[in-house]
Design a protein around this ligand. Structure first.
Ligand SMILES: N[C@@H](CCC(=O)N[C@@H](CS)C(=O)NCC(=O)O)C(=O)O
Length: 205
């Protein structure tokens, strides 16, 4: 299979970590987003929305949306399990995944879309929206820090898709939006160091 992405952009990164966790062989096709390769007619045939990641399956089908691709990979390669193995496990993982997507990633995206980098590139931004989303991100860091007080991993006793989505969201917030968790949030930083040390994560950062 082939994965179309661009460096360590966050959505392709989610898929790359899942591929590495499951030790799946694939070919990486790098696109130059800065130069609009993802909007070229040839790529729009693969994803009419002009976004990455896109997975080209061995059957020649094209899948888009990072989480959908990750679920497809889990169904094809069930081990190691990342999305849940029984009802309780699945419920916990899905709950955390949903919270990270809506309460953290959504806010981080708002800070990015209304921040200085896109403004410098000529996009219309709403700096007042960034003030609110920044505050929400910092408040959520505090909640995460409390939640991780006595846990190694976010959702269950093992590394799951919830950890992957949190890690990618947090790294994007730190490296691209300058939204650093305060040094005092030691549980969050401990978790970050712990999951960053995994081979599947280290291999692509
Ligand atoms: N909902 C999609 C979002 C994909 C997305 O926004 N990808 C970014 C890179 S992380 C992209 O292609 N941006 C270029 C653009 O939107 O033009 C997913 O979950 O995969």
């Amino acid at each position: 299979m082939k994965l179309y992405g661009c460096g360590n952009t966050p959505n392709p990164r989610k898929v790359k970590i899942v591929l590495a966790e499951k030790a799946i062989d694939y070919e990486m096709i790098e696109l130059d987003l800065q130069n609009g390769e993802h909007k070229a007619p040839e790529f729009l045939q693969k994803n009419p929305l002009g976004r990455v990641p896109v997975l080209e399956t061995d059957d020649g089908a094209f899948l888009t949306e990072a989480i959908a691709i990750c679920r497809y990979l889990e169904a094809l390669y069930p081990q190691p399990n990342l999305f849940g193995s029984d009802a309780d496990d699945l419920g916990q993982i899905e709950m955390h995944l949903s919270q990270i997507e809506s309460d953290l990633w959504f806010q981080v995206r708002s800070s990015w879309k209304n921040g200085p980098v896109l403004e410098q590139r000529g996009y219309q931004v709403a700096p007042e929206a960034k003030v609110f989303s920044d505050e929400n991100v910092y408040a959520y860091y505090e909640k995460l820090n409390d939640e991780l007080a006595d846990k190694e991993y976010l959702a269950t006793s093992r590394f799951t898709i919830a950890d992957i989505i949190l890690l990618v969201s947090l790294d994007f917030a730190i490296h691209y939006c300058k939204l650093n968790p305060d040094e005092s949030l030691q549980n969050l930083w401990r978790w970050h160091g712990f999951v960053t040390a995994r081979e599947s994560v280290g291999a692509i950062t």
